[in-house]
Structures are given as structure tokens and as C-alpha cells.
Design a binder for this molecule. Structure first.
Ligand SMILES: [Zn+2]
Length: 428
């Protein structure tokens, strides 16, 4: 007798007609034709059953603050940072907690159950850290939230940057962040990486750096980050977020850089929605795309995972908490539309991100956590194409969100009475 039995599932790896049995919040069996009884049975009817979505790069302290205290007129990264600087002194713990909890509701409805959020530590009040630590506790039953100490205004450039970052880690933030391209000089950017990697090594923490989020091809902090990672023995524990300057770098230089990144086992976190929106803004025409070299980094064996980064905040007035929207944009910007490409893109939203965040017990295998999303799509490619509806979101074997299938009624003589977009893909 199982707690839950999901019948007739398609899995992201291509297996179909699979049953998944759940017992005590864990997966007890994954195989075809499980005949046992269960407290609850869900028939997936040949739809995709995926592990939950994972967002390895987000800003939970800024989300849903759109319009406060005004809109970003130029739409640039730099005006976004300036705008956030205007809003920051007005932030209260209560408002930060309320907005973050509302975002987490949205995330759960989208099957997004793991989030790594950067938390701005530039204001020595550290009201952001205090609020996000409370949110981390309150959402624990349904979302695993990791918090990065992020010196938005610069580790050295902000008046109290060095001290505030250390204090926020003492308060209980989980990961060491940084922003080397925003320090005053290239040299100080490099020094900040050495200091931040040292802190991480001494405290036994991971590192996640906003690294080279610029179109300047000479912004090469990722090289220093890879070197400091090896120097401090942090291989596999360090993430380079954005890395957009790599888009514009000299190709010969990149042929040296990517193997250095592979040696350091850097986790690469592009943010396709934000990168395509914010990069290339100083270009007239042609305008650069600005996303890092996803295909080449994957081919070199690096772990690449995509972040949502922003939802309705000073930097981005769109976003929906839907990681499939992120993947949909990645397919276009990286021009990765082949069948195998789409499988890889789906992994960038799930298993690769889980690896970046160091999540244990993730995936659909015997013994892993009974956390799933059942999508209104047959496979990963179709889920990405449709940004498919989440029919069920299941945590520890229990349904925590549910959406009715999206079906339109049609009133046309001689044509079908209903249309289900998920039924239109040609059978392979
Ligand atoms: Zn960011």
C-alpha cells in the first residue's frame, strides 16, 4: 500500500508508460505496471512528469517592487541599480517579507520549489537579510530557499561593503556573493574575488558571483574567479552568474578561458530573459545579444543552469515565475532548437540547476524526494514550446498546487468542439 501512485507518466529522459510509487515522502518505485494499492492515484495520461523546477539565480528582496519609487525609464542595468539605490532606504522588513511570500505563492503554482536568491547587503541596516532569513524559514515546508550575501553596490565600492557582507554571513546567509565588474577598477574587482573566495574557504560556504554582467569584452573577471577557485580548493562550489562579457570576447581568448573554467568546475548561470533585455543597450546597430556562450560551455562539459533573475522589479518589468519561459527564451537566444538541444535546455532548468544548488535527493529515481510537476505536455520539448500548464505540483507526495487543463471551446461549423494546444505536436 503506497501513499501515492502516479500512473502512465512520461519522464524527461524519454521513458514513457512509467508508474511512480510514493511512500513516506520518498519515491519507492519507478517502473511500468505497478499493480499495488495506493491512498491516492493520479493518472498522468502520458503527460510529462518532471522533478520540480529550480531557479539558481533570483532577487527575492527586489521582486514585485515594480514602480517603487518610480519606473526605470532607460531600461538599462545601470538605471536599475540606481533605482534600487533610491528604493533601498525606504525598505521595511514587513514589506520585504510580504512581497517575497507573494512571489513564493506564484513560484509554487509554477512548480518552482527551489530558489537561490541574492540578498543585497549594501545597506548596513541589513533589513534585507533579516527579512529574507524570515522568509527562508516561513517557506521551508514548500520551497528550499538559499540566500547569497550580495554586495550590490560593490564589496569595496560601497562605504560599508566589506563589513556588511561579513555581518550578513554571521546572521545566517548561506553563500558568498560579489560583483567584480561594478568595483571601481579592474584591479579592485580581481581583489574582491580573492577576498570573497578566501571568506568562502574559511567559512566552508559556496560562492556565487555576478560576474562580468557587461558587454565589455575586456571584462575578464571570470578568469580570476576560476583561478581563485582552484587556489582555494573550491572546485564545484563556485558559480559564475551572467558571464555576458563572454558573448563579446575575442574568440582566441575564449579558447583558453573555457578550459580554465572547466578545470575549476565553475557552475555557469546565464539569465536569458534579463541578458537579452539588458545587454547590448549601448550598441546602435547591430545590437549584441549579450547572453554567454551556452552551447560551447555545455559542449566543454561545464554545468550550465538558467536563472529567472528578476520578476517585476527595477531591472525587469516582466516575468512570471515560470522557468519554462526562461528556457523558451534560452532556446531562441542561444539558437538551440534541435531535439537534443531542447533536452539539454530542460536539464538547465532542472537537474543542472539542482547540481548548482547542491540539492540532495533530487530527481525521479527510487529513494529520491517525492517532489514532482505534472505538465500539460507530452515531453520536455513540448513543455518548452508551450510553456506548459502545471496540472499538479507535488511536494513530499502531497499535492500543493493544481491547475485545470487548458482547453478552449471552439464554435465553428464542421471543426472540432475543443482545442488542447498540447495535442498538436506531430507524433515522432
Ligand atoms: Zn542577479
Amino acid at each position: 500500500m503506497f501513499d501515492l501512485l502516479i500512473k502512465n507518466a512520461n519522464l524527461p529522459d524519454g521513458r514513457s508508460g512509467i508508474d511512480i510509487a510514493v511512500s513516506g515522502g520518498k519515491i519507492a518505485a519507478v517502473e511500468a505496471g505497478i499493480a499495488a494499492e495506493a491512498g491516492e492515484v493520479i493518472d498522468a495520461t502520458g503527460r510529462l512528469v518532471s522533478p520540480p523546477f529550480v531557479d539558481p539565480h533570483f532577487h527575492m528582496d527586489a521582486t514585485l517592487s515594480l514602480g517603487l519609487p518610480r519606473m526605470n525609464v532607460s531600461g538599462t542595468l545601470l538605471e536599475g541599480i540606481q533605482l534600487w539605490g533610491e528604493l533601498r532606504p525606504m525598505l521595511t522588513k514587513e514589506a520585504l517579507v510580504e512581497r517575497a511570500l507573494r512571489y513564493c505563492d506564484l513560484a509554487v503554482s509554477q512548480g518552482l520549489l527551489y530558489i537561490r536568491s541574492h540578498v543585497d547587503t549594501s545597506d548596513p541596516r541589513l533589513v534585507t537579510a533579516e527579512a529574507m532569513i524570515e522568509v527562508r524559514e516561513r517557506v521551508k515546508p514548500y520551497i528550499d530557499l538559499q540566500l547569497v550575501a550580495f554586495p550590490q553596490d560593490g564589496y569595496y565600492r560601497a562605504a560599508d561593503g566589506v563589513n556588511s557582507l561579513e555581518r550578513s554571513l554571521d546572521m545566517g546567509l548561506d553563500i558568498v556573493g560579489g560583483i567584480p565588474h561594478f568595483e571601481r577598477t579592474m584591479e579592485e574587482g580581481g581583489q574582491s574575488l580573492a577576498a570573497l573566495c578566501r571568506i568562502a574557504a574559511e567559512r566552508g560556504l559556496p560562492v556565487d558571483i555576478h560576474c562580468d554582467e557587461t558587454d565589455d569584452p575586456m571584462s575578464r573577471h571570470i578568469e580570476r574567479l576560476a583561478a581563485e577557485t582552484v587556489r582555494f580548493g573550491l572546485q564545484g562550489r563556485v558559480a559564475g552568474s551572467h558571464l555576458t562579457s563572454m558573448h563579446s570576447m575575442d574568440n582566441y581568448y575564449v579558447s583558453k578561458l573555457i578550459p580554465l573554467m572547466a578545470e575549476a568546475k565553475i557552475n555557469v548561470i546565464p539569465n536569458p530573459l534579463i541578458n537579452i533585455m539588458l545587454q547590448g543597450r549601448h550598441d546602435i546597430y547591430p545590437k549584441r545579444r549579450g547572453m554567454t556562450r551556452v552551447k560551447e560551455l555545455l559542449e566543454a562539459g561545464l554545468n550550465v543552469s538558467f536563472g529567472h533573475d528578476c520578476v517585476m522589479d527595477p531591472w525587469y518589468n516582466m516575468g512570471s515565475g515560470d522557468m519554462l519561459e526562461v528556457g523558451h527564451m534560452a532556446i531562441h537566444v542561444a539558437q538551440m532548437a534541435g531535439i537534443e538541444d531542447k533536452k539539454k535546455i530542460f536539464e538547465c532548468l532542472t537537474v543542472n540547476s539542482a547540481k548548482t544548488m547542491g540539492i540532495e535527493g533530487y530527481g525521479i529515481e527510487k529513494g529520491t524526494k517525492a517532489d514532482f510537476v505534472i505538465l500539460q505536455a507530452r515531453d520536455a520539448a513540448e513543455a518548452l514550446r508551450l510553456k506548459a500548464n502545471r496540472l499538479f505540483v507535488i511536494k513530499g507526495g502531497k499535492t500543493i498546487a493544481k491547475t485545470a487543463p487548458r482547453v478552449s471551446a471552439l464554435f465553428l461549423d464542421g471543426r472540432p468542439e475543443t482545442v488542447d494546444g498540447a495535442a498538436y505536436a506531430p507524433k515522432p
